[in-house]
Design a protein around this ligand. Structure first.
Ligand SMILES: Cc1cc2nc3c(=O)[nH]c(=O)nc-3n(C[C@H](O)[C@H](O)[C@H](O)COP(=O)(O)O)c2cc1C
Length: 326
């Protein structure tokens, strides 16, 4: 059996397979199940900036929160039965219950008002913090550069508030992903999770209603992080963690070959239960054995853009070739 150990965000993981942030990592019992199924680490379900600031503002008896309208309804429903302070208990309790690293997660649009809470997350024992930045600006408050600067501002503020490693979970929707990734590295990010998957909408034609689109990913979606990790891993010194569309051990192997330090799995575990992670681990191990890889370290990045022929395949060249030849 191959050595599945890897180092991600400075943390020693016994497996590169991480359970991604979701309801699957929202209780100590579920987190225990993740460890039992072979997870190298677990990312807790996100707490939202708006949840934190609303709790803080309640504390100071203020009702003047400038909350994003689409968040308000969600926040009301969540904060009703779950105080943000329970999040700190979840960190402390899960750290006692499992040996694998526990990575906390905050979903935010700014660095305003929640940095004290980031320090509390660190104090509660989180091994690292994953910050999911989700800026959705259709009111043209900012141009593209302005939005990228907000990412950097958030990163700088979080890095100054905590000493634990900080990863940013970003979407693939940037004008120049390579440039923002490099800027994040320059501003001290420890790792980037590629990528956050947005929830899209659909239209139910029978009911003439806008409804929520498919909440879980489809297997082919792994090609999105595959391309970008393949292209960017040789350019960056920071850790890249794959997320989106990794549904089996072979997908995980591909992302590691492209240069990922670790691989997050979420939808596949919703579809097949947390225990399915054991099967993903078995598939990864089996593939490594068959192909003579003794460790993750041996295989990582062997099919990344550091090889010019691979670089061509991940870039505009393959697009041109495909279109011209058909
Ligand atoms: C039900 C569900 C809940 C999720 N909750 C969160 C969350 O709280 N925070 C977060 O950063 N991502 C959340 N995600 C996104 C996942 O962490 C992951 O990035 C995304 O689903 C793509 O990976 P996958 O293809 O393995 O599912 C959620 C996904 C699902 C399906």
């Amino acid at each position: 059996m191959a050595d599945l150990g890897t180092k991600y965000l400075g943390l020693e993981l016994k497996s590169p397979l991480i359970v991604g942030s979701s309801g699957l990592s929202n209780t100590v019992d579920e987190i225990r199940k993740c460890e039992k199924a072979g997870a190298g680490a677990v990312v807790l379900k996100s707490i939202f900036e708006e949840q934190i600031t609303s709790e803080i503002s309640k504390e100071i008896q203020s009702s003047n929160i400038d909350m994003h309208p689409e968040a308000a309804e969600y926040i009301q429903s969540v904060t009703r039965d779950r105080s943000v302070y329970q999040y700190l208990d979840l960190i402390t309790d899960s750290k006692k219950a499992v040996k694998i690293p526990v990575i906390a997660s905050v979903n935010c649009v700014s660095a305003d008002g929640w940095l004290d809470f980031a320090a509390k997350i660190e104090k509660a024992g989180a091994d690292a913090l994953e910050v999911n930045v989700y800026i959705f600006d259709i009111e043209h408050r900012d141009d593209s550069k302005g939005i990228e600067e907000r990412y950097l501002k958030i990163l700088k503020a979080v890095k100054s508030a905590v000493k634990i490693p900080v990863a940013l979970k970003i979407s693939n929707q940037f004008t120049n992903l390579s440039s923002i990734a490099r800027d994040l590295e320059l501003h001290g990010v420890d790792g980037i999770v590629m990528f956050n998957r947005f929830l899209y909408n659909d239209i139910n034609l029978d009911k003439m209603k806008v409804v929520q689109g498919r909440g879980v990913s489809s297997p082919d979606e792994f090609m999105i992080p595959l391309r970008w990790i393949g292209l960017l891993s040789p350019q960056l010194r920071i850790d890249l963690c794959a997320s989106t569309g990794i549904h089996n051990g072979l997908d995980a192997a591909k992302l590691i070959l492209a240069g990922a330090k670790a691989v997050q799995v979420t939808s596949a575990l919703y579809l097949h239960k947390i225990e399915y992670l054991t099967e993903i681990t078995r598939q990864l191990n089996e593939w490594m054995d068959k192909n003579g890889y003794k460790s993750i370290h041996d295989m990582r990045g062997t099919l990344s853009a550091k090889d010019p022929s691979v670089s061509k395949m991940f870039s505009r060249f393959q697009y041109m070739k495909y279109i011209i030849e058909r």
